[in-house]
Design a protein around this ligand. Structure first.
Ligand SMILES: C[S@@+](CC[C@H](N)C(=O)[O-])C[C@H]1O[C@@H](n2cnc3c(N)ncnc32)[C@H](O)[C@@H]1O
Length: 256
């Protein structure tokens, strides 16, 4: 299996079902947590009506759906054509969604413009976007410097990039266990996605190398979204050492 394109082409329907963010779906803690992350991303991006906003690796359009409440048209790319189809026929089926070859060509009347694009070999227009978002995408790509370089290239100077990455030292221990399995060649690439994790230090260094300046650095985790445990974890997370173990970093960085 070629990761992640084939994986997501095969699992796009399951993804729509898994991440049901309707009032019913939001009763599940992990879905509620997902929505909270989306809200944080959008808040950090401080999107204004009329700005050109893209999500790279937009999947089925969960983030796009929220951005569309602020501005339109909005833009999305994904390596998987099936995920883009799910934006059109599932998550944003009530909107005018167009899948095009070139996002820089005007397309009057569309709410959402989508293009298939691999972030690692991106063909997107340069210096075009005010805001770039990316949720749960960098963890599936083995070349972080290239991803950051390609994102920087499509941004206008002073534009803002808001994204999530997964902490190697997460409370959940999943990244550590996974990395050990990878080290000992125990990942079944036919069934699992290959994943890559960061440390706070490594992501700060890579951002600076790619000519981004950090604006905000938030740490979050599934436990934080639980209203009972959340308060306790929030208090605990004020203890500096515990901060190092959050699951996900949500980062805003400005392109210079
Ligand atoms: C976990 S899903 C997240 C989708 C969406 N951002 C969301 O939060 O629901 C990861 C997505 O990233 C896409 N993806 C992974 N690597 C990519 C790459 N190199 N270029 C473009 N998309 C990529 C996958 O196809 C998939 O749709």
């Amino acid at each position: 299996m070629r990761n992640p394109q084939e994986y997501y082409n095969t699992h796009s329907q399951g993804y729509v079902q898994k991440w049901d963010l309707s009032p019913e779906g939001l009763k599940r803690p992990r879905n509620y947590y997902r929505l909270k992350i989306i809200e944080s991303i959008i808040k950090l991006a401080s999107i204004k009506p009329g700005e050109r906003v893209i999500e790279v690796g937009c999947g089925t359009g969960l983030v796009l759906r929220e951005v569309l409440k602020i501005t339109k048209p909005i833009y999305g790319t994904d390596i998987s054509s099936e995920m883009l189809q799910r934006v059109k026929d599932s998550v944003l089926k009530d909107k005018k969604v167009s899948i095009v070859n070139d996002l820089s060509e005007p397309n009057p009347g569309s709410d959402v413009l989508l293009a298939q694009d691999d972030l690692l070999k991106s063909k997107l227009p340069h210096k075009f976007f005010d805001k770039v978002l990316s949720m749960e995408v960098l963890r599936y790509n083995d070349d972080l410097p290239r991803c950051l370089g390609n994102i920087h290239a499509i941004m206008k100077e002073g534009g803002i990039f808001v994204f999530t990455v997964t902490n190697l030292f997460s409370f959940s221990l999943f990244p550590i266990k996974y990395s050990l399995r990878k080290l000992f060649n125990k990942i079944d690439q036919d069934k699992e996605l290959v994943q890559y994790f960061v440390t706070e230090r490594s992501i700060r260094k890579e951002l600076s190398r790619a000519n981004f300046s950090m604006i905000a650095f938030e740490r979050t985790g599934l436990l934080l979204s639980n209203q009972f445990i959340g308060q306790l974890v929030e208090k605990l997370s004020k203890i500096p050492i515990l901060n190092h173990f959050s699951d996900t970093f949500i980062i805003a960085a400005q392109a210079s």
